[in-house]
Design a protein around this ligand. Structure first.
Ligand SMILES: C[S@@+](CC[C@H](N)C(=O)[O-])C[C@H]1O[C@@H](n2cnc3c(N)ncnc32)[C@H](O)[C@@H]1O
Length: 437
């Protein structure tokens, strides 16, 4: 076995993929554990690019592999199965010279003590170079393989978005842009755009999003002018719609019930100065909310608690505004987290919908009459979005009034508005806005 911190990007990518696909780790965590940290920047980048790419196209690459192998590799040779996917990915989608892609990939099999596999991988990748086109055409005839999506998710997206699903599947495999939220309490959008340009970072505003700048090329946050001083944050534009929709004023009491890591809490405090309680049931994640507020020079109370157990944390005074950015499948952000496709299961959806409904039921009594609750998720599955809200509104017809969110992107789904991944270049998201009569 290679050392844990292998500096060989392909060897490290095998470890990352084994951690995600074999042991169910998130991609972020697997990269933190296995990507070469002390190598030069290019190597780190290559491991990351391979890991993202293989996870985006895992089903397609696996289908190609299965067409070239007469028998399935044994479970204990899962590393070699993934190494073949790494080889195909480089040949199909990466700007790596083919001879280097093949020889470096084969070398990893040898390093891992599997010379038999080195021979096999060499032969298969060379055959793919010669006769791959027919194989690709056959594999891509099946949309589940072409767009690398698990059957359960394909079935849900087809049922939920009969007209849009093909585009949606393709958009999930695109690279997401890096988008900033400019802290307009400190600097205007135009001034910050100029400061970025002076630092050699090209960025453009996004119509309909008053604080967003989309970078032409992602950069490390350390390169962003004034980042440490709180001039900007990294946040997809669609997530920047929560704070304006919540419309909190200085005199309001606001609850952000599922706050970590704190992007939306911070945004709403950049826009006005309400008294904010930021809750999250995950104490470690909540720490990031405090850090974010500190960096941005904002003030709010952070508390680790289960939002559904109000008797453990609520002081009995109603909130004027409540944000429920509910735990969800994350299917709207697959382009940023392609591991979601392989880590989520269909059975998760019903469990998440129950949790989402429990949050709504538990927090609605805490809202003041005339107050507003924004429910949102980064999911594109109706069962977590419109279905949850419609059932809730149906059961509380006496005091719930759904307000059309009136967002500049997305489509009305009845009570709420759904933005599908890639629409206007943003992530997939759902918003509903409920007022108490
Ligand atoms: C989608 S994330 C929130 C993202 C956050 N609003 C932001 O903009 O940075 C959902 C969060 O809900 C938290 N959570 C899940 N169940 C919860 C509960 N019952 N009470 C409080 N927080 C919960 C999770 O720990 C997770 O941090």
């Amino acid at each position: 076995m290679p050392a844990k911190s292998s500096t060989d990007p392909r060897a490290a990518a095998v470890e990352v993929l084994l951690a995600v696909l074999g042991r169910g780790r998130s991609l972020d965590r697997a990269l933190a554990e296995h990507a070469p940290m002390d190598a030069d920047g290019r190597d780190v980048g290559l491991c990351r690019a391979i890991a993202y790419g293989v996870l985006r196209h895992h089903r397609r690459l696996g289908a190609i592999r299965d067409r070239f192998l007469r028998t399935r590799l044994r479970d204990r040779d899962q590393d070699m199965a993934l190494l073949l996917e790494i080889g195909f990915f480089q040949l199909v989608a990466m700007d790596v010279p083919a001879h280097a892609a093949v020889s470096e990939t084969v070398a990893v099999a040898r390093q891992r003590g599997k010379p038999w596999a080195a021979k096999l991988i060499n032969a298969v990748l060379r055959r793919f170079q010669r006769d791959g086109d027919g194989c690709l055409a056959a594999v891509d005839a099946d949309p589940a393989q072409r767009d690398s999506v698990p059957d359960w998710l394909l079935n849900r997206l087809r049922a939920d978005w009969p007209a849009q699903w093909p585009e949606l599947l393709a958009a999930q495999n695109d690279r997401a842009p890096m988008t900033l939220r400019v802290n307009q309490r400190r600097v205007s959008l135009t001034d910050y755009q100029h400061r970025l340009a002076a630092a050699g970072i090209a960025a453009a505003p996004l119509p309909g999003f008053d604080a967003a700048l989309v970078l032409q090329t992602p950069v490390n946050v350390e390169a962003l002018p004034g980042f440490d001083a709180g001039d900007c944050s990294v946040q997809d534009a669609v997530a920047q719609l929560a704070a304006p929709l919540l419309d909190a004023a200085d005199h309001h009491r606001v609850l952000d019930a599922c706050a970590a890591p704190g992007g939306k809490s911070a945004h709403l405090l950049e826009r006005s100065r309400p008294s904010l309680l930021a809750l999250d049931s995950d104490a470690a994640r909540l720490q990031r909310v405090s850090e974010t507020l500190d960096r941005l020079g904002l003030e709010g109370e952070c508390r680790a608690a289960d939002a559904t157990l109000a008797d453990q944390w609520w002081d009995g005074r109603p909130f004027d505004r409540i944000l429920i950015d509910a735990p969800c499948s994350g299917t709207g952000v697959i382009r940023r987290h392609p591991d979601i496709k392989w880590l989520r299961r269909d059975a998760d959806i019903a469990r998440l919908a129950d949790e989402q409904r429990r949050l709504l039921e538990a927090l609605w009594p805490l809202l003041a009459v005339g107050g507003r609750l924004v429910y949102c998720t980064c999911s594109i599955i109706r069962a977590e979005n419109e279905s949850v809200v419609a059932a809730f509104v149906g059961d509380h017809a006496d005091d719930v009034r759904a307000i059309p969110p009136g967002l500049s992107v997305g489509q009305s789904t009845g009570y709420g508005q759904q933005i599908l991944t890639g629409e206007a270049g943003v992530d997939g998201f759902y918003y509903a806005c409920l007022e108490k009569r």
